[in-house]
Design a protein around this ligand. Structure first.
Ligand SMILES: Nc1nc2c(c(=O)[nH]1)N[C@H]1C(S)=C(S)[C@@H](COP(=O)(O)OP(=O)(O)OC[C@H]3O[C@@H](n4cnc5c(=O)[nH]c(N)nc54)[C@H](O)[C@@H]3O)O[C@H]1N2
Ligand SMILES: Nc1nc2c(c(=O)[nH]1)N[C@H]1C(S)=C(S)[C@@H](COP(=O)(O)OP(=O)(O)OC[C@H]3O[C@@H](n4cnc5c(=O)[nH]c(N)nc54)[C@H](O)[C@@H]3O)O[C@H]1N2
Ligand code: SF4
Ligand SMILES: [Mo]
Length: 829
């Protein structure tokens, strides 16, 4: 770090406003992020940024930054307390909940932030120490339906190569504003101006992206399932399938094709309001392209039939063979699981590193392993004074890792993909990827059910603002026996907590995200602090460590042995740690804390918070041995993981940790035979069922469809709270079509009252040619209290004061934020 508060050096960092995390270079002046530009050397963004990060200082120096732990008084006000008191009291109260009701009654909520995933990574240790079972974050109100479908089809996450695709298709996705793939705007512009390439957009709105499209399928809100089913019907009817691909790579296709043959194409086209000729033309363009990709996002994932839509979307690119070639869809490596477990995709970690070992070395190892893992754990530190020859330690490590890999993977995988599908204790909602649906959380608390949740730990998220029916979530927080919020600012959620813990900002500490989703080259960036932590704040790894120390989570003697092993070198340390974990697998879940306490203090430049990445780097190297080797991290034993970790600590613009060839996309298919399982028995009948299913949920009382949470030019969830940030649309107007405005007698300066089942609020309007009649839209991330020059300001509407948690997907429990039946009335001025 450059400790000075002023420096004319450009320091490397990244943008924290969306999951692209574009590389930035920043000049710091007087504690301010004074100048900001794109980092041309960055491994994925190559200098690109949008306009949003240029005034990131409004995040760094927000007027509502927290600078002391706070304890709630009975009257709802807060008093400052010191860190020792906070840690002691919180530890005691967590322990009390655990003893009285069981650790599984504590919900941990974190891990989906746009820029910081270290809290949830260390939070894993806290969860282990408390014995929590339930976990959630914002992904459980958007991506869990898709994740469930992915799990059925091929087992892991897909993305597309938009940069090279001949045809790109966006479903309920507006990448011009929301990005989600590198350099989104230049890529969109290139596609739009190239007569040989095409863009297909499914969106009821003429979004910025839809306006650039060759085929805008302007579906009626909430009817994408009919549109996609009709497109798939056309594929079969016009025989546009890739038969070779289907035969070679898929199982269960006949059943799927049967269902698709039955699709009443004209009727389904009519239901979604898209001209049948246009729908057919778009399908032909997609199916006959040399390469095509799709991206589905909130417009379909937070709307009716969302899990079915994910399935149909994936069938479209699978049945047309758009996988595993440049410009198509792919599966990819992970540096570490973004849901908080340290390690690469654990289900792949059973594969041993492929480097060969000499026979003699193997014998030595066999002897070492025969000592038993626990034996090694004790022997290594003992030998620290007279270090073993490198070759032997290296060989032993290799053998141990090879032997342990399946166990490591089983332990971590059990957590993320339990064998039996789990359900929430009170309402029996489906738990996907370990996450309980956001829509269920309040129901799991506000009940007298004996297994209800009793305590909430919330870090790096603002659920009192971002969850449906936020008022009810606030009631749920207040009904808990204990709520703790870790944040940088006094947010809507912090304002309801029993304890508020002030974190150092993302430019004041070592941080990273685990959103590593690129292919064939995938990269991970560790960011160094640019500024000293603001007094009174602590980085989350330190917060978790203090609490875990207070809880006595790990035997001090073990930590001491590991520190001794460390003095004998990296290999000895690795050997001691992994063998201790082999002897006591429960240690695996505490590994973040263990590394922070042992390796952490020895890391250069005070990078203690990065300690957990050592474990992640080793597991990544184990999970993707060949791809990691192709990225240049080679050798036997702990070498690849150690080299990867060293590179991560050293490189400031991101490290390419895996390099693949396109055909390697198949290696990531989590099926024994690498074939996709295309028939999903639970979802197939839904295609026929669409014939008689409702396709509209408006009523005479609520005749409009309100999209509650559109991403606009100056929105970034609730990360920047200062309204001065918004150069345009400062008040967050309701967008409405000219036709509706005229019918309601609205002028550009009019105000309206928006009423839904859940609430009623006033808003300014913007008459917009983006909107079709009957569809209105409010921006996301507004309605935040902010201390202004003259008192608290609160521009715009918090969208979840108008949403209801009841409306959710049948399979995944994800909310219908994009489909809220509403009434719009002019307000007399
Ligand atoms: N500027 C900005 N960018 C962001 C974010 C941000 O807050 N601000 N947030 C980031 C996050 S967390 C996420 S998850 C992504 C989300 O990125 P997007 O999903 O692209 O964001 P939205 O604007 O919520 O919705 C996308 C589109 O869905 C359309 N839509 C609404 N209803 C329907 C429907 O029934 N059918 C179809 N087909 N489309 C519909 C809307 O008109 C809109 O154009 O953005 C990321 N990027
Ligand atoms: N109605 C409606 N609701 C929605 C959506 C919608 O479209 N419509 N979108 C949904 C989606 S896709 C998402 S992703 C969610 C997002 O909702 P949340 O996951 O709740 O996330 P954010 O608003 O991004 O909140 C991030 C929080 O982290 C804090 N923070 C920033 N830096 C740090 C740090 O270094 N340490 C700590 N501890 N905290 C920090 C910020 O102050 C902020 O409070 O909202 C969802 N809610
Ligand atoms: S908001 Fe997203 S796309 Fe824009 S610079 Fe930041 S990370 Fe990149
Ligand atoms: Mo999101």
């Amino acid at each position: 770090m450059n400790g000075a508060s002023t420096s004319t050096d450009w320091q490397k960092s990244a943008c924290i406003l969306c999951e692209c995390n574009c590389g930035l270079e920043i000049q710091v002046e007087d504690g301010r992020l004074a100048k900001i530009r794109g980092d041309k050397e960055h491994a994925t963004s190559h200098g690109y940024t949008c306009e949003k990060p240029l005034r990131l200082d409004l995040y760094q120096n927000g007027r509502d930054r927290l600078t002391s732990p706070l304890r709630r008084r009975p009257d709802g006000t807060y008093e400052e307390i010191d860190w020792d008191t906070a840690i002691r009291e919180i530890a005691a109260r967590l322990t009390a909940v655990k003893e009285k009701h069981g650790g599984e009654r504590i919900l941990y909520y974190s891990g989906a932030g746009q820029g910081n995933h270290l809290p949830a990574a260390y939070g894993q240790s806290l969860r282990a120490a408390l014995g929590t079972r339930y976990y959630s974050n914002a992904l459980a109100q958007e991506k869990t339906g898709e994740a469930w479908v992915d799990a059925q089809l091929y087992g892991t996450h897909t993305k597309g190569d938009f940069e090279h695709a001949e045809v790109v298709m966006f479903l309920g996705k507006n990448p011009w504003q929301t990005h989600s793939f590198p350099r989104a705007r230049p890529v969109l512009k290139e596609i739009a101006k190239d007569p040989g390439r095409s863009m297909i957009v499914l969106d009821p709105r003429r979004s910025e992206t839809a306006a650039m499209a060759d085929f805008h399928l302007q579906v009626l809100p909430g009817t994408d399932a009919w549109c996609l089913a009709a497109m798939l019907g056309v594929l079969v009817e016009e025989d546009l399938l890739d038969h070779d691909f289907v035969a070679e790579h898929t199982d269960g296709t006949e059943e799927v094709l049967d269902a698709l043959r039955r699709v009443p194409i004209s009727a389904y086209a009519a239901t979604c309001g898209v001209d049948e000729d246009l729908l057919r033309a778009a399908t032909r363009r997609f199916a006959t392209a040399a390469s095509a990709t799709t991206y589905e996002d909130l417009g379909v994932q937070q709307a009716p039939n969302s899990t079915l839509v994910s399935y149909l979307n994936k069938l479209l690119w699978i049945l047309t063979g758009n996988f595993g070639r440049p410009g198509t869809m792919y599966l990819h490596s992970w540096f570490s699981s973004p849901v908080g477990a340290p390690g690469g995709d654990p289900r792949r970690a059973g594969r041993a590193p492929s480097s060969p070992l000499k026979k003699k070395a193997r014998r030595t190892i066999a002897d070492a392993v025969a000592l038993g893992a626990g034996g090694i754990a004790r022997a290594v530190p003992a030998a620290a004074a007279t270090p073993l020859p490198d070759r032997i330690v290296d060989g032993a490590a290799h053998a141990l890792l090879t032997r342990m890999a399946p166990m490591l993977s089983a332990g971590l995988a059990a957590e993320q993909q339990p064998k039996t599908e789990r359900q929430t204790p009170v309402t029996g909602a489906r738990v996907i990827a370990g996450l309980i649906p956001c829509n269920s959380i309040a129901d799991e608390i506000l009940t007298d059910h004996p297994e209800r949740l009793r305590a909430l730990w919330i870090d790096s998220s603002n659920p009192a603002h971002s969850l449906p029916e936020s008022r009810r979530f606030i009631d749920a927080m207040r009904a808990c026996e204990l709520t703790v919020v870790v944040d940088v600012a006094m947010t809507e959620t912090a304002r309801e907590a029993d304890y508020v813990l002030p974190a150092s900002s993302q430019y004041e500490k070592w941080e990273c995200t685990f959103f590593t989703m690129e292919f064939p080259h995938n990269a991970f960036q560790l960011r160094a602090p640019l500024l000293e932590p603001r007094p009174g704040t602590l980085p989350e790894p330190e917060i978790y460590a203090r609490l875990l120390r207070e809880l006595g989570a790990v035997d001090e003697a073990l930590l001491a042995r590991l520190r001794t092993a460390l003095t004998a070198g990296d290999d000895a340390f690795a050997l001691a740690l992994f063998s201790a974990a082999a002897a006591d697998p429960s240690l695996l879940r505490l590994i973040g804390y263990v590394l922070y306490e042992t390796l952490g203090p020895t890391l250069p430049e005070g990078a203690r918070g990065a300690a957990i990445l050592w474990g992640a780097a080793h597991l990544c190297a184990l999970s993707h041995p060949d791809a990691v080797a192709r990225a240049g991290f080679i050798g036997t034993g702990m070498r690849p993981g150690q080299q990867l970790f060293d590179a991560i600590l050293r490189e400031r613009s991101g490290v390419t940790f895996s390099v693949d060839e396109w055909e390697n996309a198949w290696d990531y298919v989590l099926r024994k035979d690498n074939r996709f399982t295309v028939a999903i028995p639970e979802l197939l009948p839904e295609i026929d069922a669409l014939r008689d299913a409702p396709s509209s949920w408006t009523t005479p009382e609520f005749p409009f469809v309100l999209m509650a949470g559109e991403r606009r030019a100056f929105t970034a969830n609730t990360i920047i709270r200062d309204p001065a940030w918004r150069r345009r649309d400062a008040g967050g107007a309701l967008r409405i079509s000219a036709e509706d405005a005229e019918r309601l007698g609205l002028e550009p300066a009019s105000r309206v009252r928006i009423t839904t089942e859940a609430g009623s609020l006033e808003s300014s309007i913007e008459i917009s040619d983006m909107m079709r009649a009957g569809h209105v839209s409010l921006p996301n991330g507004l309605g935040l209290d902010y201390p202004g020059e003259d008192g608290l300001a609160r521009p715009g509407i918090a969208p979840n004061e108008l949403t209801s948690a009841k409306h959710r997907d049948r399979f995944a429990g994800t909310p219908w934020h994009k489909y809220v039946p509403a009434r719009i009335e002019p307000v007399a001025t």
